[in-house]
Design a binder for this molecule. Structure first.
Ligand code: AMP
Ligand code: MG
Length: 432
């Protein structure tokens, strides 16, 4: 194996920036970098965050070089004195820094393009360790650097994501992918609504634990958030067809135990799935929201093209709004309370009939932290789905703070619509 062709199998990521060690900024670059590397079969073996400190950075790079074929350092390439990445790495690797005329010219031109002279401080960004390749930065002044260290590689990328991302794409395409062979990581994301993590885990674990012993092995991670559980399946393979078949078989096994609780097996959002089901039937939807304050309709309209099936939405927060806009009978609210099956049902029917569309949703609940009673504590939410000739109403008791209750309510509403739509024939056509 020559130095040139030795494939990169493992990577270590180091994010540099003291702000990343505060509660105000998080290191998102390493996630983007991991995603791109995984796609070409490179596994991330470790990652670290260090402040703008040369000693800490040098320690981290030394450790990373010991265990990974590729070390990616992001951040600290700016022109100011707290940007220590370039000189620290050059010193560590014993590479003299030399001014690169081409890079200097690019930086000058970047300023000239805005009618400015290059500040002297930016000159440092044109210093390139001997033997390293400077990577053009389309969105900033700091060039990236690609350095070969015997059979290992060190990649320096700028911190700002919009500068880092396009540079990473170029490096993956031109430097890493050509020598990565055909090995790729293939992923499928399965999502489940309306079930607790323990429920999903109990049913799914016996299934996916078998895959660990399979060849090729399928790895599974379970990501839980209130209202949504995700199962991420990954397989490393040099054949796209074989990977696809293995994943398809695996997903079939999960579907056998989880059934309709799975709303997508290819990473779609719940609002996309509901939109697809409405579109397939040529139906439109109208939404009446109280405690969710428009979140459900906001999510529905996050999907491009949703104007084909979203007709309207009303945020009817007050009782008066429910009466005036949706025609909810006043005595219904008086007798049962705004958070009741009767009122949620009347909201769904009212908004649907007012819009003259096929499906209506009504949501009424107590998002908290105030407003709860013994009979209807915070987190009590009633959701109704109405259609021509029928309705379905369900009461929920969600846990968590205001934001979680709002999200879970919108999730439950969309999921009720999804399950109802799945029971309806596809070719029904418009019927309002
Ligand atoms: P730099 O000058 O290269 O250190 O980058 C500075 C800018 O990029 C700051 O706005 C940082 O918050 C942002 N940044 C740096 N590192 C990261 C990271 N790992 N993830 C997300 N943003 C980052
Ligand atoms: Mg920085």
């Amino acid at each position: 194996v020559t130095q040139e062709s030795r494939p990169v199998r493992t990577a270590a990521i180091i994010a540099v920036g003291s702000e990343l060690l505060t509660p105000f900024r998080s290191d998102t670059n390493s996630l983007a970098i991991t995603g791109r590397l995984n796609e070409i079969g490179i596994e991330v073996a470790s990652k670290q965050i260090v402040g703008d400190d040369p000693r800490d950075l040098a320690t981290a790079v030394t450790a990373a070089l010991e265990r990974a074929d590729l070390v990616v350092v992001t951040g600290g390439l700016g022109p100011t004195s707290d940007d220590v990445t370039r000189p620290t790495i050059a010193r560590m690797l014993d590479l003299p820094l030399e001014e690169n005329g081409e890079v200097l010219e690019r930086i000058r031109q970047r300023f000239a393009g805005r009618g400015l002279a290059m500040p002297e401080i930016n000159r440092g960004q044109a210093m390139v360790p001997r033997g390293a390749t400077a990577l053009a930065n389309a969105n900033g002044t700091a060039p990236g650097l690609w350095i070969k260290v015997e059979h290992r590689r060190v990649l320096l990328l700028p911190g700002p994501p919009r500068e880092m991302q396009p540079m990473l794409d170029v490096v993956v395409r031109e430097y890493l992918a050509p020598s990565s062979g055909n090995m790729r990581l293939y992923r499928r994301v399965i999502k489940i609504a309306g079930r607790a993590e323990s429920y999903v885990e109990t049913l799914a674990q016996p299934v996916y634990s078998r895959w660990l012993a399979a060849d090729p092995r399928i790895s599974t991670s379970i990501l839980a958030a209130p209202g949504q559980i995700e199962l991420h399946l990954g397989i490393r393979s040099d054949s796209a067809d074989r990977a696809r078949m293995s994943l398809e078989r695996a997903i079939g096994q999960l579907k056998a135990v989880l059934g309709l609780d799975i709303f997508t097996d290819d990473g779609q959002s719940l609002e996309e799935v509901v939109g697809g089901l409405l579109r397939a039937r040529g139906w439109r939807i109208a939404v009446a929201e109280s405690c969710t304050g428009g979140l459900t309709s906001s999510r529905l309209t996050d999907v491009p093209g949703s104007s084909d099936y979203v007709d309207r939405a009303a945020v009817t927060y007050s009782n008066r709004a429910k009466v005036e806009w949706l025609g909810v009978p006043e005595d219904l609210i008086r007798d049962h309370g705004a958070v009741s099956e009767e009122v949620a049902g009347a909201m769904a029917i009212g908004v649907r009939e007012g819009a003259g569309v096929e499906v209506g949703i009504g949501i009424s609940g107590i998002a908290g932290p105030g407003g709860g009673t013994e009979a209807k504590p915070v987190g009590t939410v009633v959701i109704a789905v109405a259609w021509d000739g029928g309705q379905r109403v369900q009461a929920f008791r969600f846990a968590g703070g205001r934001a979680q209750v709002k999200f879970q309510s919108s999730q439950a509403a969309l999921d009720m619509v999804r399950r109802w739509l799945l029971e309806q024939p596809q070719s029904a056509g418009r019927r309002a």
